[in-house]
Design a protein around this ligand. Structure first.
Ligand code: PLP
Length: 429
């Protein structure tokens, strides 16, 4: 990319720009304050105080108590650690429940468990991406160790009923974990009112650097460390603490909490304007995911008769960053596992683009995207073999095929392929 070219960044669900305030907070810990928080001398104690302050700020973001926060290296580690702990502490329970639209941080861990003879149920979702909570209830068995349901989906932004899911698990005596990696700064998260046992966050989704995350472990919940070593994190995660990143995470959490109401409203208005203008102004487009129970920053749009990858390449030429839900494996584009689970046809899934907005987007940037996008889509359609005028392409379905009934979907056995994870090729952010 040209050095001078302005960046129009609409991919905030993938990662976010590090806030200048966060950099400023971190710098002293890369220069003068480089000590080890576990050291017994005063230099170490001084560093420890900053870790404690950061822990308080991260805890406040989710209304937790500081001692319930375990710093990890990323959201992926946090997800893996929660499931690992539940299984390690309950060796007689070899069943895990998750949804079929989880991030690969869960799906791939589920596949790993299946290869080790654990049983993993992946709950189907409705055509609008929502979860039928009764299916969760029905999926729980006497040997279920843990249920993991994401708070909000990274591709569609669809929000799941976490409070209800946690209540069902509690009433059945099963641990409940939620991957809340996509929530900070977008929706309010409260571990107390939601009643979850474990919750994952990742700092790079909230304007802090990559490589730091956290796992909330509800007090009095037994926990088996995933990274075994020193006594750091009250014995729950070995490894010398990454002080600059922990401090940066704390500052980012503080900013996210203080701006939550105003920022999510501002971002929602921009997202709605963008989405409505596309849906009304570009023919043959539909939204993937329900309209209301959704993150305020995410728009996932299926563009009929065109490949998302082609749109993204042309946007990229203009400095505009967005992403598709497809994964490119061995030269062929696999449709997103999230859209596939929603019953979106492969053709529509391959034409789907995710725009995810954030703190640094402006109305002018949205205007620029809206100026460019219709022309790009029209140009691509004019040369596309998927064009509507092509005699073979009159079957492009913009409407999802009918979904199987709830009863048919759940079946009785989690080995039912509709319920069991099967190697998605989806986007990983
Ligand atoms: N879960 C969700 C929903 C995500 O969007 C991501 C982002 O990539 C992750 C987990 C993984 O987080 P990390 O990149 O910190 O491992």
């Amino acid at each position: 990319m040209d050095r001078e070219q302005k960046l129009y960044y609409f991919d905030n669900n993938a990662t976010t720009r590090v806030a200048p305030e966060v950099v400023e907070a971190m710098l002293p810990f890369l220069t003068d304050l480089w000590g080890n928080a576990s050291s017994a001398y005063r230099f170490g104690h001084r560093i420890r105080q900053y870790v404690d302050q950061a822990r308080e700020k991260v805890a406040a973001l989710i209304n937790a108590e500081p001692k319930e926060i375990v710093f990890t290296s990323c959201g992926t580690e946090s997800n893996n650690a929660a499931i690992h702990s539940a299984l390690a502490l309950h060796p007689g329970k070899r069943h895990v429940v998750m949804t079929s639209v989880e991030h690969s941080a869960n799906i791939k861990y589920g596949e790993f468990l299946q290869r080790r003879a654990y049983d993993v149920t992946c709950l189907p979702v409705e055509s609008d991406g929502s979860l039928d909570i009764h299916l969760l209830d029905q999926s729980i068995r006497p040997d279920t160790a843990i249920v993991s349901v994401m708070w909000a989906n990274n591709e569609t932004g669809v929000i799941f009923p976490i409070e209800e899911a946690a209540a069902i698990c509690r009433s059945r005596g099963v641990l409940f974990h939620t991957d809340a990696v996509q929530t900070p700064g977008k929706v309010r998260v409260d571990v107390k009112s939601s009643g979850v046992d474990f919750l994952s966050l990742s700092a790079h989704k909230l304007h802090a650097p990559k490589g730091i995350g956290m796992l909330y472990v509800k007090k009095r919940t037994r926990f088996q460390p995933y990274v075994i070593g020193g006594h750091q994190e009250r014995g729950r995660r070995g490894g010398t603490e990454n002080i600059p990143y922990i401090v940066g995470f704390g500052r980012a959490a503080e900013l996210a909490l203080s701006e939550l109401g105003s920022e999510s409203t501002r971002v929602r208005e921009m997202r709605d304007r963008l989405e409505n203008a596309i849906l009304q102004g570009v023919p043959n487009c539909t939204r993937n995911g329900c309209r209301d129970a959704r993150l305020p920053n995410t728009a996932n749009i299926a563009f009929g008769f065109v490949e998302a990858e082609a749109i993204l390449m042309m946007l990229d030429q203009l400095g505009i960053c967005a992403s598709s839900g497809s994964a490119c494996t061995t030269g062929s584009v696999e449709p997103s596992h999230v859209l596939t689970a929603m019953g979106v046809s492969p053709m529509r899934a391959r034409g789907s683009v995710r725009f995810s907005l954030g703190r640094y987007n402006t109305d002018e940037e949205v205007d620029y995207l809206l100026e460019q996008l219709p022309g790009i889509v029209a140009k691509l359609r004019a040369i596309s073999p998927l064009d509507t005028r092509h005699p073979d392409n009159d079957k492009f379905d913009l409407v999802s095929p009918p979904r199987p009934s709830t009863a048919a979907k759940l079946g009785t056995n989690s080995r039912d392929p509709a319920l069991t994870s099967s190697g998605p090729g989806g986007v990983n952010e």
